[in-house]
Ligand binder design. Structure first.
Ligand code: BG6
Ligand code: MG
Length: 220
């Protein structure tokens, strides 16, 4: 049987950073004179920083010069980095280390597939970097999710065919990217939101060892 690989998104799957991205975007929106709601923030999940700012400015009805746009990108990231400065292992989402440990024990190759340019320092802060055989993040990808590029690059680095990879994702765009890559997609979040995923769980506490074993054997 062919080797299976598991690919994890970072923000909202491994760590609870979506709230900090939200706070940083909200701060910028408020400074520019408009509101930015949690509901609107759903659209930002899995989406690159540049695309997020484009959407934010659309919401606020603001047009910006390239120089101004870049200044706001830098400002948002500076605020985000300040929010995560004191982040530690307590911000890892429930049962994530247990699942990573089990997959490692079973010799499953693991990759990170994230849109974030801050992925590596975050993994270092929460001491999970050593679990990943391959890390693909916003510094390498050129096409943002829902394009499958990030997951296809991860599969390639693991030396596996896309159909032998399983993806854990909390974003609609991420599930679409995994599906477009021909991988098994596991949504972490609400069933009503992640409708296109092959399976959906509220969080990793709902994911059992027999289910992981089944994924290791499944053909897609
Ligand atoms: C994704 C987040 O993981 O990374 C998005 O879900 C975020 O909300 C994107 O915009 C880019 O992150 P960063 O850290 O490079 O600004
Ligand atoms: Mg995410």
């Amino acid at each position: 049987m062919a080797q299976r690989g598991f690919i994890f998104d970072l923000d909202g799957v491994i760590v609870d950073t979506a709230k900090y991205h939200y706070l940083a975007w909200k701060k910028l929106a408020n400074e520019l004179g408009f509101e930015f709601t949690q509901q609107q923030n759903e659209m930002f999940k899995g989406v690159s920083r540049k695309r997020c700012l484009e959407i934010l400015l659309q919401i606020g009805g603001i047009t910006a010069s390239e120089a101004q746009f870049n200044t706001w990108m830098v400002e948002k990231n500076r605020d985000y980095l300040a929010y995560i400065a004191h982040m530690d292992a307590t911000e890892i989402l429930p049962e994530v280390p247990k699942v990573l440990k089990y997959l490692k024990k079973m010799n499953i190759p693991l990759a990170l597939g994230s849109a974030s340019k801050n992925a590596v320092p975050i993994l270092e802060k929460v001491h999970l970097k050593e679990y990943f055989d391959s890390i693909i993040d916003g510094n390498q990808v050129t096409k943002a999710k829902p394009d499958p590029e990030v997951f296809l690059m991860a599969a390639k680095q693991l030396g596996l065919a896309p159909q032998h990879c399983v993806v854990f994702e909390d974003a609609v765009a991420g599930i679409q990217a995994a599906n477009a890559a021909g991988m098994v997609s596991i949504g972490i979040g609400e069933k009503e939101v992640l409708k296109e995923a092959h399976y959906v769980f509220k969080d990793f506490t709902e994911i059992t060892v027999p289910f992981l074993d089944q994924l290791m054997k499944s053909t897609h």
